[in-house]
Design a binder for this molecule. Structure first.
Ligand code: MG
Length: 304
């Protein structure tokens, strides 16, 4: 609350992405821990999760208000749109990835890997071929306020690729300790995945970085390497703009990294950032879910 407005430019390239004199604007709130923001193009609205509140909130541009969209939602987390404009959502409580249909009903798309239950899907993206990629860390089964206590069943925390038409589920990445946010490069040849295994530890161990993988033709991801350490805080969620820059959450700001891994700058946010998305008519507005509130930042780039 005591930071000066304005962005922190650390590389001159950042001035092309955001007006250095701008700052975030609080749109509303009332959440306990905000996650999973998603711009709804036809409705000029942003949905976001209040995970411990077990509800979905909605900010609508027309009214400028945050209202309760749904309650008792089984602890939703990240969400995105599929190629038909339907909302695809991660559910900690159902240990599933689900889809909201036109009539408002919910279809569970995937909740098992073989015979084992998933852990607690956290964040999700849809690729240009319609496949659904999601992370599956344990945060919704080891934190009672973010889901239902449960046991990991398949012995890992994978990044999965799911094909809704066939039901095929492939573990695309198995060597990130606790995968959380994920996003493709604009050409989909790279997949960025954060490791937030430091999140629940008090001894200083665990990771707080974003890794990047090459995406092979068979959709397996290989050659995982460090892209960027995130400090303070975690890369709980992030998005990539049309130029391939990575816009990520952190403890005190939105941090922006060029494709070469150089941090271009930071945009201070008064609350710890959970996740973010591009939205608005031109996809040039960043909507930021940060602890109790939703914020907005006007940029001079676009999400893709
Ligand atoms: Mg997350």
């Amino acid at each position: 609350m005591h930071q000066k407005p304005g962005v922190r430019v650390e590389d001159e390239r950042f001035a092309e992405l955001v007006d250095p004199s701008t700052s975030v604007e609080r749109l509303g709130g009332g959440a306990t821990w905000s996650e999973g923001p998603l711009w709804l193009p036809g409705e000029d609205a942003v949905l976001f999760s209040d995970i411990p509140g077990d509800r979905i909130l909605r900010w609508t541009a027309e009214t400028g208000q945050v209202t309760v969209d749904r309650t008792g939602v089984e602890f939703t987390n990240g969400r995105t749109l599929d190629l038909n404009g339907r909302v695809v959502t991660c559910s900690h409580g159902r240990r599933a990835v689900e889809r909201t249909e036109a009539d408002g009903s919910t279809t569970i798309l995937v909740d098992r890997y073989g015979s084992a239950r998933l852990n607690s899907p956290n964040d999700v993206v849809v690729a240009s071929d319609g496949a659904i990629w999601f992370t599956d860390p344990p945060y919704g089964i080891v934190q009672p306020h973010e889901g239902h206590p449960g046991t990991p069943e398949y012995g890992g925390n994978h990044v999965f690729r799911f094909v809704p038409e066939t039901g095929e589920l492939v573990a695309a990445i198995v060597d990130v300790e606790e995968p959380n946010g994920l996003a493709f490069s604009p050409d989909e040849r790279l997949l960025y995945v954060s490791d937030t295994s430091a999140a629940l530890r008090t001894d200083g161990s665990g990771h707080h970085h974003i890794a990047v993988y090459d995406v092979r033709e068979d959709w397996r991801c290989v050659n995982g390497r460090l892209f960027a350490e995130i400090t303070p805080g975690l890369a709980d969620g992030f998005r990539v703009d049309v130029h391939g820059n990575v816009w990520t959450s952190s403890g005190d700001s939105v941090q922006v990294f060029a494709p070469d891994g150089v941090r271009l700058g930071r945009v201070p946010v008064p609350e710890t950032v959970g996740n973010l998305c591009f939205g608005g008519e031109n996809a040039d507005v960043l909507y930021i879910a940060a602890t109790t509130s939703l914020y907005r930042l006007r940029t001079t780039t676009r999400g893709y």
